[in-house]
Design a protein around this ligand. Structure first.
Ligand code: PEP
Ligand code: MN
Length: 295
């Protein structure tokens, strides 16, 4: 094997034999596509923001109104959640079908498209009817039947990197989606665990090198989610700015009108004042370095 590519486990032979659909065909090969009028992989760096969980109808509507006003491109919120433990408190619950309906209603009222995580094939019709981007979460990155079933809908998909996966595994999963003929795919770096997690600053380590590493081999847009990586709202701004500087094609930021009252992971979301400031700063960086825009 001659040329070794980033991630150390990808060779130029692999790009042809294992990742023919993900692989860049030439140096400037880049996939661009629009979702609800917003382009990924182009001159805008879309922001996908919102709470971890679509906790209530009022939270969803209040959030959508504020996000739309500040120029956020997509609202994110989970209604079906991969929760680490099966125990639920009164505050900590999935809102499931009802949550999805609230998201759709807020979408239509505020003209703000939605991204939400799908975990089971049986909910594909519900998501296709109501949601703009299917999010496949970290924990399902290698759930190949789910990847193929979601891909077949031809809905735009954001595939989050599993926190223990290599770049090779991520691209293998992406290949399953492209193999079904679905070209509206973006990848998302959201932090990894490392053998040295005890020495790292938090539970996950945001692998920002994944952005240039992926861009070297694939034409797909790369989104970064600093919120799930840092787990700590104070670090979201510096890591969001670093994501843009690293060349991210989109940034996902968990935000909540009253972060300390968030039902899930209350240390993680930023409030809307902070989000507005982060977007302004991301815009400055995007403009000065890449002649791109966030706002
Ligand atoms: C999320 O975005 O809400 C989420 C659960 O993310 P991840 O799959 O990256 O943990
Ligand atoms: Mn979350």
């Amino acid at each position: 094997m001659d040329n070794k590519f980033p991630g150390k486990d990808i060779s130029s032979d692999d790009l042809i034999s294992k990742f023919p659909l993900c692989a860049k065909k030439h140096k400037n090969h880049k996939t661009k596509f629009k979702v609800a009028g917003v382009e990924f992989g182009g001159n805008t760096i879309p922001v996908l923001a919102g709470p971890n969980l679509a906790e209530s109808k009022s939270l969803v509507f209040k959030t959508a109104k504020s996000l739309k006003k500040m120029g956020v491109h997509f609202m994110r919120a989970g209604a079906f959640k991969p929760l680490t433990f099966p125990y639920r408190s009164k505050k900590y619950f999935e809102t499931r079908e009802e949550g999805i309906k609230w998201l759709k209603q807020a979408r239509d009222k505020y003209n703000l498209p939605i991204i939400s995580e799908i975990m089971e094939e049986k909910y594909i019709p519900l998501f296709c009817e109501n949601i703009d981007i299917l999010q496949i979460g970290s924990r399902n990155m290698q759930n190949y039947p789910l990847l193929s079933a979601c891909a077949k809908t031809m809905k735009p998909i954001m595939l989050k990197r599993h926190y223990g996966s290599s770049i090779r595994d991520l691209l293998g999963a992406a290949e399953y989606i492209l193999y079904e003929g679905n070209k509206k795919l973006m990848l998302c770096e959201r932090g990894v665990t490392t053998p040295h997690t005890h020495k790292a600053s938090s539970r996950f380590l945001l692998d920002l090198q994944a952005v240039p590493a992926l861009k070297e081999v694939t034409h797909l847009p790369i989104v970064v989610d600093p919120s799930h990586a840092t787990f700590w709202r104070k670090w979201v701004e510096p890591m969001a700015l670093a994501s843009v500087a690293a060349g991210a094609d989109g940034v996902m930021i968990e935000s909540h009108p009253n972060p300390s009252k968030a039902a899930v992971d209350p240390l993680q979301p930023v409030d809307f004042v902070e989000l507005k400031l982060i977007m302004k700063k991301m815009h400055s960086i995007a403009k000065s370095i890449f002649k791109k825009r966030v706002l």
